[in-house]
Design a protein. Structure first.
Length: 324
């Protein structure tokens, strides 16, 4: 038997959605230790899975690996379509588990496109491989305009920067009881509309932010500068998305983020991907104060939900075979 354990990921935003600049996308995010996903796989003559979505990824994995089949079970799940990268982590975990069950190399980065993952952001794949804070290279813009790649024929964007985050840092994660964020074809259409009208001046502002503030803060492990930089990155991305999601943040997440950002225990707050997951950066000394601020923010917004304090994950997914 093979077991794969992977954590969620936060997506702070993209570096560019403007077709007028040389590079498109360029994801920025980090890996979390929890919530987590646990997938088991055993060799079998055909594919058996405990739900259709897992079965679809298992079918593709078996085909890619050229093996007979696998019995796949998800022991712990990430919440779906809330901005925590559940789809990519599940796809790669199933692939890795099936591969290891058959004593094969997963080669997740190479095979992710065939699973329909990693087309725009490379953060999820990088988080699975090595964890940490990641900035990826994005794509050449003309690759998506003059001659867009067919489904599954892209390559996952390579990381251009990766830093381990300090062990004392924590993310307070707020999961409001709201409708799921955008995914699939709906997300595709939304991003196409955003890119068609995205202000290139925001791309230039983000480039300065990443180079002058975010990367130095990540390299130095400076909590407050890092927190303020990711919060600003989220606000700038939100200016692109405003027409699609009803504001800089998806309503009513702006109220939650404002309340979190006002807490002295939180260095920066934002919306992960399309939400509704909201995060605040803090440290272990202020984690309980940050948790209380998050619960108060939910109550003030009149929204039910869960609050979790998470550690960053500075290593890749754990892959065990026969208990080792």
């Amino acid at each position: 038997m093979a077991r794969v354990t992977a954590g969620a990921r936060l997506h702070f935003g993209f570096q560019s959605l403007a077709l007028a600049r040389e590079r498109l996308y360029g994801g920025v995010g980090c890996a979390l230790a929890e919530p987590r996903l646990v997938v088991d796989a055993r060799p079998a003559e055909t594919v058996h899975a405990d739900d259709p979505r897992t079965g679809e990824y298992a079918d593709r994995a078996v085909e890619l690996l050229g093996v007979s089949g696998a019995e796949v079970a998800v022991r712990e799940r990430l919440p779906r379509h809330v901005g925590l990268g559940s789809g990519t982590q599940l796809a790669l975990a199933v692939l890795a588990a099936v591969a290891r069950a058959h004593d094969r190399e997963p080669r997740v980065r190479e095979r992710a496109p065939a699973l329909g993952r990693g087309g725009r952001s490379g953060v999820g794949c990088a988080a699975f491989e090595r964890g940490g804070f990641v900035v990826d290279a994005g794509h050449r813009t003309e690759r998506f305009t003059a001659d867009p790649p067919a489904e599954g024929e892209w390559t996952v964007p390579e990381p251009i920067a990766r830093h381990a985050l300090p062990e004392a840092w924590r993310f307070v994660l707020v999961l409001p009881d709201l409708a799921a964020g955008r995914s699939g074809e709906g997300e595709e259409r939304s991003l196409e509309r955003v890119a068609a009208h995205a202000d290139p001046a925001i791309t230039d502002e983000i480039a300065k932010l990443v180079a002058r503030r975010l990367l130095p803060a990540a390299a130095e492990g400076s909590l407050k500068p890092f927190g303020s930089a990711i919060a600003e990155l989220g606000r700038l991305n939100g200016a692109w998305y405003a027409d699609e999601q009803g504001g800089v943040y998806r309503p009513p997440l702006g109220d939650l983020i404002d309340d979190l950002g006002a807490s002295a225990a939180i260095a920066g707050a934002g919306q992960s991907s399309w939400g509704p997951a909201v995060y605040g950066l803090t440290d272990d000394a202020h984690a309980e104060e940050a948790r209380t601020a998050a619960r108060d923010a939910l109550a003030s917004a009149g929204v039910d939900g869960n609050v979790v304090v998470c550690e960053p994950r500075n290593e890749g997914a754990r892959i065990e075979t026969n208990g080792n």
